[in-house]
Write a protein that binds this ligand. Structure first.
Ligand SMILES: CC(C)(COP(=O)(O)OP(=O)(O)OC[C@H]1O[C@@H](n2cnc3c(N)ncnc32)[C@H](O)[C@@H]1OP(=O)(O)O)[C@@H](O)C(=O)NCCC(=O)NCCSC(=O)CC(=O)O
Length: 462
């Protein structure tokens, strides 16, 4: 457990402080104003009050009522349309794709390109990875040596994408013809025709559909897809539907060299996909999307290179996961937290943060900056399960409990790193454990290649 429980007295004091600061208007301002008005009225007396009321001109009364009402209406009309999540589905790959630790190790032992040192590194990392015995890899990667042809990668993409969409259509009962927008994302595999064309062809979607595919943007591309779909929906007629599909093909892990940093993806990445239906209609929706907050640090060279597709010294292509990745994720998250905090934290946490910030600036640079208690803003956390060390780093940065990070650890254990779709597996885990209630808020925190952290918040309106 990262956060230790507070002493009962301190806990009571903190609860009182939160009640007072978070309800400052109701507890202090409103009663103080009411007392002031009543005292003034008592001083004036009923006759003087009536005379003053009669003295008010009609135009003043009209302006006092009409202007605030007109302003409030204008603000409401200018607000962007709310976007809702109708439902989501995760692909569970076919049983023949399942890969146990034993078979992974056995296969690795027989891979002609792995020398003893690389084999020992791979198996040691696998033991330390927290992955379980039931993750999935496409059958082409069970081969010795692995087959990684275009048709194998296409087959893998079709398997996971169609399984997730079929499940989503069955859950929501929506007909494919009612889909107006499709956004897909996959970092490593971008064939022609594109993933959106593949879906349009399979489900015979309408010819006036709007589509976009996002590639090369790592694990947070799932959230970026949601943002793109949300923006397209806001411009579409009311009640339109957007389908978002996030996946990663495991062909990305087919590296046949000896560079340790490039062998690591083979340990962590596994098959998976998530499909999500969004709409601007609230009637059948289960969640409301609230904010998407992005912090991009790709301008910094260290962050830019932390997950880098390249050729090694022998010309073998792979994704190089830098040892700096975890530290950079932590640093980026801190910057991201300031942006999220200003949007979602209650005034009590903002005040404590502001006070510690001022104390640090004015009094002593060594004063520790207060880490806001994000559990006051969210009930659930879906932290990208990009590796045990990534989850550890976020847990420590945000002072989260073991229970808060359990969905991420369990998703890593059961499905491995499924990249951009891991969020949907985590949400499914939380729901399967019946931990969600109406009004709960969830924070989905993603770290993507080139050093950006994307945070994406959803609230449940089920
Ligand atoms: C791989 C691990 C499970 C191993 O756990 P450990 O507790 O054993 O880790 P550790 O730091 O002690 O390291 C153990 C050994 O591995 C080596 N090692 C660790 N990370 C390495 C790397 N990136 N490249 C090369 N070697 C590496 C260390 O040098 C050490 O070697 P020696 O013992 O010989 O000195 C963990 O380090 C982990 O989860 N790392 C994060 C993986 C990651 O980058 N995930 C992001 C995926 S990308 C993603 O999610 C998408 C995106 O970002 O967009």
């Amino acid at each position: 457990m990262v956060s230790s429980p507070l002493h009962p007295n301190k806990h009571l004091l903190k609860t009182l402080y939160q009640l007072l600061v978070n309800n400052f208007l109701a507890v202090v301002v409103v009663p103080a104003t009411a007392v002031g008005v009543l005292r003034k009225a008592a001083q004036l007396g009923p006759d003087e009050l009536l005379t003053r009321l009669h003295g008010l001109r009609q135009v003043h009364v009209f302006l006092a009522v009409f202007l605030p009402l007109a302003l409030a209406t204008l603000c409401l009309m200018r607000r962007p349309r709310s976007v809702y999540l109708v439902d989501y589905a995760c692909c569970r790959p076919r049983p023949n794709c399942r890969v146990s630790m034993g078979s992974f190790t056995e296969n690795a032992r027989n891979m002609p390109y792995l020398d003893d040192g690389s084999f020992r590194f791979l198996t040691r990392m696998l033991e330390r990875s927290s992955l379980g015995d039931q993750t999935y890899l496409h059958p082409s990667l069970h081969n010795i040596p692995p087959r990684c042809s275009l048709s194998d990668s296409r087959d893998e993409a079709e398997q996971v994408i169609f399984a997730a969409i079929d499940d989503l259509l069955a859950k929501t009962g929506i007909s494919p013809g009612a889909i107006d927008i499709i956004v897909t994302n996959c970092t490593a595999f971008n064939p022609t025709p594109s993933f959106t064309d593949m879906i349009i062809n399979k489900y015979k979607l309408r010819s006036d559909i709007r589509d976009a595919h996002i590639s090369g943007m790592g694990c947070s591309a799932g959230v970026i897809s949601m943002e793109v779909a949300r923006n397209l929906l806001r411009a579409a007629p009311r009640g339109a539907h957007a389908l978002v599909v996030s996946t990663e093909t495991t062909s990305l892990i087919n590296y046949t060299g000896k560079n340790r940093a490039m062998l690591l993806p083979a340990v962590l990445f596994r098959m998976g996909a998530g499909a999500v239906l969004l709409s601007t209609s609230k009637s059948t929706s289960r969640f409301r999307l609230t904010h998407v907050v992005r912090t991009l640090t790709a301008a910094q060279d260290r962050a830019y290179r932390c997950a880098y597709q390249e050729e090694d010294e022998e010309g073998q292509t792979g994704i190089n996961l830098s040892k700096d990745l975890v530290a950079i994720a932590g640093e980026t998250l801190k910057a991201n937290i300031v942006a999220i905090g200003s949007l979602v934290l209650p005034p009590s946490e903002k005040l404590l943060f502001a006070l510690s910030f001022v104390a640090r600036k004015v009094l002593n640079r060594k004063t520790k900056l207060y880490v806001p208690d994000f559990r006051t803003a969210f009930q659930h956390f879906c932290i990208h399960s990009g590796g045990r060390a990534v989850i550890d780093a976020v847990q420590t940065s945000l002072c989260l409990s073991d229970e808060d990070v359990e969905p991420s650890r369990m998703t890593l254990h059961r499905f491995g790193t499924t990249s951009s779709s891991s969020l949907w597996y985590e949400l499914a885990y939380i729901e399967a454990k019946r931990r969600t209630r109406k009004g709960d808020r969830e924070a989905c925190i993603y770290k993507k290649v080139s050093g950006s952290t994307t945070t994406f918040l959803i609230s449940i309106c089920e």
